[in-house]
Ligand binder design. Structure first.
Ligand code: UDP
Length: 452
């Protein structure tokens, strides 16, 4: 008999590709052959950031399918992107599976599909393949999405997805949420909201086809969500440490020089500042953050993605770069997992994307939370109110997080030893869950065995 062969399909975003590649490494070690499917655009970006040697990952075949959009279309427009998927990608995926199975190698035996690509579960069904859904974010958010019919019934949103009741709680033991921070309600354009809501409703229906729903979280950090939605299986955090030395699917080139720079810094001294792959700053807030870091008087490593601000010319405050030359380092993209594991890191100013949240947690790093969008607000509540491993940043009446506030919060966080102690406790709990005998490890192993 041939090897079990899983086709893995992430949503084409950085925070989805990384954990699914991590899952692929686990399955590969467990005897699976993997076909990892990116959109053509992202496939190119991934390969561009890998060495020749890295591209030949033994057991993992990186392949591409078109995303159904014209080459010049804006791939940041989620409404257009999702339309493109629904129209053409199912066919492209079917053709890929047929081609792969005709090639005579091990036939594809199952599909593991990102919940945000749940339409592909229909493809699995049509092709007679076993299928599972993978959710790269918190169980709390997935449980909320699966509860849309209940949210409508309880008057939290209307049948079109428009918020009716702002603050709601999915379960008495879960943090309160704001219906304006649901994935589709974050957008101001009503047409886009409607499209995203419909896409999500379709996805939720399609999930019913999945034999399993696995989630990159673990039961110890959000037990009420797992009790509320008992069909979600925790298998995370999917950071096995094996990724060190293996490509993890970055879209941007890593500035590896920052690691050598961190080596020169004393233990527990550097503020790491990063806002993931999507967040965009307006010019005023960008400059205020720069001045806040300067005012803190501390050393900092700040990820300034090439598209972090909409400003085309030099976005920094005048003279800033010269003034912080010895204290601060701004880079376009870091090997973030390695950065957060570095002993020099004292705290993490973060947008609270789920991957960043888990990565900080796995390294016992306390947070200053600066969420922008959707699930990042729930993640902030987990960090500040449930796990108590971080502090919230608060904007002033003009919606700006001021330099003085940044300095104050940094001092408060770094002066609070209990915060660090709790973060270290959580690190131990997280690490235990993913080693042999740990809750997530055993779930993942049972899942892999079942998919064989
Ligand atoms: N990341 C990185 N280098 C950076 C910034 C981010 O490697 O300079 C990675 C980070 O480690 C995480 C991912 O990009 O795995 C971002 O995912 P997250 O869920 O935190 O945020 P999103 O980009 O989805 O908003």
């Amino acid at each position: 008999m041939g090897l079990p062969h899983a086709l893995i399909l992430p949503y084409p975003a950085q925070g989805h590709v990384i954990p699914l590649l991590e899952l692929s490494y686990f399955l590969m070690d467990d005897g699976f052959k993997i076909t990892f499917v990116n959109t053509e655009n992202n496939h190119k970006r991934l390969l561009a950031n890998m060495s020749k040697k890295e591209r030949n990952i033994k057991g993992i075949n990186l392949v591409a399918v078109p995303d159904g959009l014209e080459s010049e279309e804006d791939r940041k427009n989620l409404g257009r992107v999702n339309d493109g998927f629904l129209k053409k990608m199912p066919i492209f995926l079917e053709e890929l599976i047929q081609r792969s199975n005709e090639s005579g190698d091990d036939k594809i035996t199952c599909m593991i599909i990102d919940v945000s690509m749940a339409w592909a579960l229909e493809v699995a069904k049509k092709m007679g393949l076993r299928a599972a859904a993978f959710w790269p974010a918190s169980a709390g958010i997935l449980a909320t999405m699966l509860s849309v019919p209940k949210l409508i019934e309880n008057g939290v949103i209307d049948p079109e997805g428009t918020p009716k009741q702002q603050i709601f709680q999915l379960d008495a033991d879960m943090p309160p949420m704001n219906s304006n921070n649901l994935v589709w309600t974050c957008f101001s354009d009503p047409e886009l909201r409607r499209k995203l809501f419909n896409y999500m409703v379709k996805s939720i229906r399609a999930i019913e086809i999945a034999e399993y729903i696995i989630c990159n979280s673990f039961k110890e950090i959000e037990l009420p969500a797992f009790i509320h939605a008992s069909n979600i299986i925790p298998v995370g955090p999917l950071l096995t440490g094996k990724r060190f030395g293996k490509p993890i699917g970055h879209f941007w080139p890593e500035d590896a020089t920052c690691m050598a720079w961190l080596d020169e810094q004393p233990a527990n001294s550097v503020i790491y500042v990063a806002f993931g792959s999507f967040t965009i700053f307006n010019q005023i807030q960008f400059q205020e953050l720069a001045l806040g870091l300067e005012l803190s008087g501390r050393t900092f490593l700040w990820v300034v993605r090439p598209d972090l601000t909409s400003e085309t010319s030099d976005a920094y405050p005048e003279g800033f770069r010269d003034r912080v030359m010895t204290k601060g380092r701004m880079v376009g993209w870091t090997p973030q997992q390695k950065v957060l594991a570095h002993p020099s890191i004292a705290c993490f100013i973060s947008h609270c994307g789920w991957n960043s949240t888990l990565e900080g947690m796995r390294n016992g790093v306390p947070f200053l939370c600066w969420p922008y969008f959707a699930d990042q607000f729930l993640n902030q509540s987990y960090i500040c109110d449930v796990w108590r491993t971080g502090l919230q940043m608060t904007a002033n009446d003009s919606g700006i997080i001021t330099r003085e506030h940044i300095k104050l919060r940094v001092e408060e966080l770094l002066g609070d030893k209990t915060m660090r102690a709790r973060a270290l406790e959580l690190k131990e709990i997280a690490n235990k869950s993913v080693i042999k005998g740990g809750s997530s490890f055993e779930n993942l192993k049972s899942f892999a065995d079942a998919m064989k």
